[in-house]
Ligand binder design. Sequence first.
Ligand code: FES
Length: 64
Amino acid sequence: MYVCLCNAVSDKTIREIVRRYQPKSIQQLRQLVPVGKQCGKCICAVREIMEEELKNPPLYKEIA
Ligand code: FES
């Protein structure tokens, strides 16, 4: 499902980025994926998805 319609970014993309790079803030996440850079309506949903993913860290570390 698209979370950021302006930039066509899905929740799946956000979850993958958060799992892989573990950003500490929305600002860090926005450096990795273009969310909230236009109308900004998606920021609340993006923050919820990010916090949800950070609560459930991966059980393993990716090597590659
Ligand atoms: Fe994300 Fe507009 S919906 S910037």
